[in-house]
Design a protein around this ligand. Structure first.
Ligand code: NAI
Length: 301
């Protein structure tokens, strides 16, 4: 059976262009009522206009869908709350929140200003936190919520000239790891997408013969799955782009247990480093206590 979002209210941040636009159009086409949020600024976050969000709302309405525009910035608690308030005031609730809004201020670490570092952290990390915090009590009370965060290969694996962006993007994974545990009892599921898409943000960074395969619409199905009622996954990260979809996991090596009752020197670490770093039997953990259990069991062996 087709996945539908009838009677669901979705908020998509940064939905005036690129990936957010694609997510918003898709959810609306499948029956969701969508808040199309976009500040309408440049890639670096400067400026603003109602045009981007208005155009996507017009597209959704022209196709027979339901949407409302919101132009507030995700990057302050009050304006993020106003985005969620648009969902409540217009449609009475919020079921789905896709935290997608983002900017770039690329510079090497030697050259980046602390202001540009903080602005990027604020939009990506705090913007997602503020929007989610505003939606959370509504989702908790109704016992239903689907939240998506947007990370990046730059954060998961590193990218030259993007220390601010990479830090913010991986911080979102830490946010999800804890939040997924708090959401579970109220059926609020939190997952993360790591997109690869040709948008105005990336078009100058990618060779054209590769970029032509990177339609944002190829990322949206993974996001749309995460926000479906039927999807029971939580705490997942999925890389998606050009028709490629792959789960991403943080894993810890089997490690070595030297024992806690004898001195350990840096020389021992040096001599055992290959074993410490051997990932062949690595495992993920569902939460931090699973690591403590593992270490505890090794102690009692
Ligand atoms: P984009 O620049 O086309 O879209 C981002 C949208 O967010 C813009 O419409 C912009 O106006 C909006 N926005 C920026 N700051 C905002 C704020 N404070 N409040 C509300 N809206 C704001 O870029 P794209 O590529 O669609 O990016 C979407 C998300 O995907 C971003 O979080 C980006 O970091 C992430 N991403 C994109 C990748 C790609 O390959 N395109 C790769 C990895 C991550």
């Amino acid at each position: 059976m087709d996945i539908r979002y009838d009677d669901r209210v979705a908020v998509v941040t940064g939905a005036g262009t690129g990936l957010g636009r694609s997510h918003a159009l898709f959810l609306a086409a499948r029956g969701a009522k969508v808040v199309v949020n976009d500040l309408g600024g440049a890639v670096d976050g400067r400026g603003g206009s109602a045009k981007a969000a208005d155009m996507v709302v017009a597209e959704i309405e022209a196709a027979g869908g339901e949407a409302v525009a919101n132009y507030d910035s995700v990057d302050r608690p009050d304006s993020a709350a106003a985005i969620i308030a648009t969902a409540i005031d217009t449609y009475g609730t919020v079921d789905i929140l896709i935290n997608n809004a983002g900017i770039l201020r690329d510079k090497t670490f030697a050259k980046v200003t602390m202001d540009d570092f903080e602005v990027v952290m604020r939009v990506h990390l705090m913007g997602s936190v503020y929007c989610t915090h505003a939606a959370w009590p509504i989702m908790a009370e109704k016992g239903y919520g689907r939240v998506v965060l947007t990370t990046s290969a730059a954060g998961l694996y590193g990218n030259f000239g993007q220390t601010n962006y990479a830090a913010a993007k991986l911080a979102l994974v830490g946010f999800m790891n804890a939040l997924k545990l708090e959401g579970q009892k109220n059926n609020i599921l939190v997952n993360t997408i790591a997109p690869i898409a040709k948008t105005r943000m990336t078009e100058s960074l990618m060779p054209e013969d590769f970029a032509k395969h990177l339609d944002p619409e190829l990322v949206t199905p993974a996001v749309a799955w995460f926000v479906a009622e039927e999807c029971q996954r939580t705490g997942d990260i999925v890389s998606a782009g050009a028709g490629y979809y792959a789960l991403v996991k943080v894993e810890e090596a089997a490690g070595v247990a030297l024992g806690a009752d004898q001195p350990v020197t840096p020389e021992i670490i040096r001599d055992r480093y290959d074993d410490i770093a051997n990932m062949t039997a690595a495992t993920p953990f569902l939460h931090a206590n699973e690591l403590l259990d593992k270490v505890g069991k090794l102690l009692n062996r």
